[in-house]
Design a protein around this ligand. Structure first.
Ligand code: C5P
Length: 212
């Protein structure tokens, strides 16, 4: 089984993906980490994230087995990731790894921006998880504060909106729901309720398949 989960930043998709993988005994890949790792490699080498040649070389040389996840979550890398992610050749270089991962038995949960549309268009279940920008900014602030970082809600909101726009407007694999994705609005849901809603969608799809 392949479960594809897409959506904007801080929509809850990452936590939902992790918990679904645990519940169903599936492998999980947070595909945002791939773009973050490319961004980090470019920045660490002293280049700006829109240096196309450097970004393509970093994507080609990436070893996803060697990620230090906590080092990839800084605000600077978050922003730079969405810049390298707009480069078509970077996306192409990361595609094989994601598609191969998607074939792992007994199944996978992949979360990102283009999983249901590009990486795994034949996924059994596709979720598009979203929430209002204001609620997503509040969640991000709470996350940052829990890590002991200072955060200004208006600045976080502005960053989120800018990144959503870049991710949605780019020509290469823009953030958008697949036509057959189930939309899950988490604006008024806490994480437990969001997970229940996701499970309900998955169970309905599976039951429908068994009947059909
Ligand atoms: O999901 P996360 O916030 O870690 O993703 C960081 C950035 O990586 C996103 O803003 C987006 O530009 C890019 N990304 C992408 N396609 C994916 C996953 C992430 O373009 N499948």
């Amino acid at each position: 089984m392949i479960i594809a989960i897409d959506g904007p930043a801080a929509s809850g998709k990452g936590t939902i993906a992790r918990r679904l993988a645990h519940k169903y005994g599936l492998h999980h890949l947070d595909t945002g980490l791939l773009y973050r790792a490319v961004a980090k490699a470019v920045l660490d080498a002293g280049f700006p994230p829109d240096d196309i040649g450097q970004a393509i070389a970093a994507a080609a040389a990436l070893d996803p087995e060697k990620f230090d996840e906590s080092a990839l979550k800084t605000q600077q890398i978050t922003e730079a990731a969405s810049v390298v992610a707009a480069i078509p050749q970077v996306r192409a270089a990361l595609m094989n790894y994601q598609r191969a991962f998607a074939q792992k038995p007994p199944g996978v949960v992949l979360d990102g921006r283009d999983i249901g549309t590009v990486i795994a268009p034949a996924a059994e279940v596709k979720l598009f998880v979203f929430a209002s920008p204001q609620v997503r900014a509040k969640r991000r602030v709470a996350e940052l504060k829990a890590r002991g970082e200072e955060a200004d809600e208006q600045a976080v909101l502005a960053d989120l909106v800018r990144r959503d726009e870049r991710d949605s407007r780019r020509a290469a694999a823009p953030l958008m729901p697949a036509p057959d994705a189930h939309l899950l609005d988490t604006t008024h849901l806490d994480i437990d309720a969001a997970l229940r809603a996701a499970v309900a969608i998955i169970e309905a799809v599976r039951t429908g398949r068994k009947r059909g």
